[in-house]
Design a protein around this ligand. Structure first.
Ligand code: GMT
Length: 375
């Protein structure tokens, strides 16, 4: 198949899922065309069957902001015509789903549009009154909409009174890339006998990075520990301020944005993931695949990924004391941590394997193409 994938190229789960899906489809022989603003960071390496079409930003004195949406639709039309695509797969409803629909209308061909919802596109952006009607419309005109968790299924059905079929296709992980480490590089980030906690996010307030630092502050009073923070975003200044006020600047490694997180993630003993909401929590899954137990909040779709007591622990949102308790339980008992680490890896392999879920997407593509010919 020739598939156009529209996605955000910034650091964020939806772009990661789109990129990983495209890579896997390309290695199965499909021709994949990414239509994005910027180059998705998980696609830095070239690969056979992958084409990247970057959407430009047209500046004109009359435009207060460049009309990105128009440029994106225009680029999609160009690609649809130039490469005779079979279908379009929009990741993140706003504005990709509507853009894909408009492009196929301009081309005047019955090209199926599949929309995958990732969470904030419907819970935050799409649900906002400025975007609600266009988002609802874009879901309505998509041939099929998929969601990444049962939690998001409920939310989407409720928010948009959506009653059509809404398949749940979980986020997935390549367990050959995200895999346990032999620990050779540990000395690069921590001293011997020092435990490593890690957190990875876009530092939005919802990620509760300050909780991460508070947990670390209490844990390190009981056990020699270092914290690795990966990512950047709006809460970075307050996170740095808190680290300074607690005199933790030497113990916290602010690594900023890292393209290839797998090797660093695999060095950690525990991932701290205290988000106030997540539709799924891809980072938690990537940690599990590396055999890193997760201490997370019981919010949104996280319990669908992190089984309490089996692969990590869940607490109520903002319950720093409980998070400290569970983190110490894991750090202080090597055998117990190893048991959860093994469970975590097995859980990621058996439930969230890339091949299984990419085949599901392929099945969906075939289904919508079949429905088209049946008309
Ligand atoms: O979490 C973010 O802020 C980024 C966001 C995105 O759309 O890029 O991530 C969402 O999509 C991921 C992939 O499906 C999910 O794993 C994340 O849980 C989800 N984030 C939220 O729901 C907050």
């Amino acid at each position: 198949m020739k598939i156009g994938i529209l996605c955000h190229a910034t650091y964020g789960g939806s772009g990661v899922v789109a990129a990983e899906l495209g890579k896997s489809l390309a290695s199965r022989g499909h021709q994949i065309h990414f239509i994005t603003v910027g180059h998705p960071f998980r696609l830095r390496n070239y690969q056979r069957n992958i084409f990247i079409h970057e959407v430009g930003a047209f500046h004109h004195p009359l435009f207060a902001v460049p009309p990105y949406f128009i440029s994106q639709v225009n680029k999609t039309v160009e690609v649809l015509r130039g490469y005779q695509l079979d279908l379009l797969h929009a990741h993140y409803a706003v504005p990709h789903s509507l853009g894909a629909h408009l492009a196929r209308q301009i081309v005047g061909k019955d090209i199926p549009v599949i929309t995958t919802l990732h969470g904030t596109d419907t819970s935050l952006v799409g649900a906002h009154e400025e975007f609600y009607e266009t988002t609802r419309y874009s879901l309505e005109v998509s041939n099929l909409v998929t969601v990444v968790s049962n939690y998001l299924f409920e939310q989407t059905s409720k928010t948009f009174h959506y009653t059509r079929e809404l398949p749940v296709l979980y986020n997935f992980v390549d367990t050959n890339v995200f895999r346990p480490s032999l620990g050779m590089e540990r000395h690069l980030i921590a001293d011997e006998n020092e435990a490593i906690l890690i957190h990875i996010s876009n530092f939005r307030p919802l990620k509760r990075v300050l909780d991460v630092i508070q947990v670390f502050n209490q844990v390190r009073q009981k056990r020699k520990t270092r914290l690795v923070l990966i990512g950047d975003g709006p809460d970075m200044p307050v996170a740095q301020k808190l680290a300074q006020s607690l005199d933790l600047t030497r113990e916290i490694l602010f690594l900023g944005q890292v393209d290839n997180v797998a090797p660093v993630l695999a060095l950690a003993d525990v991932l701290l993931f205290p988000s106030s909401c997540e539709s799924f929590g891809l980072v938690a899954l990537e940690a599990l695949a590396c055999g890193v137990p997760v201490v997370a909040s019981r919010a949104g779709g996280i319990p669908e990924v992190v089984e309490h007591g089996q692969v990590g622990f869940l607490t109520e949102v903002g319950n720093v004391e409980e998070m400290v308790k569970y983190t110490l339980m894991l750090l202080e008992n090597r055998n117990f941590r190893q048991k959860l680490s093994n469970n975590a890896r097995q859980h990621a392999i058996s439930k969230f394997n890339v091949d299984y879920w990419v085949e599901k997407y392929e099945g969906i593509y075939q289904l919508v193409l079949q429905q088209k010919t049946d008309l």
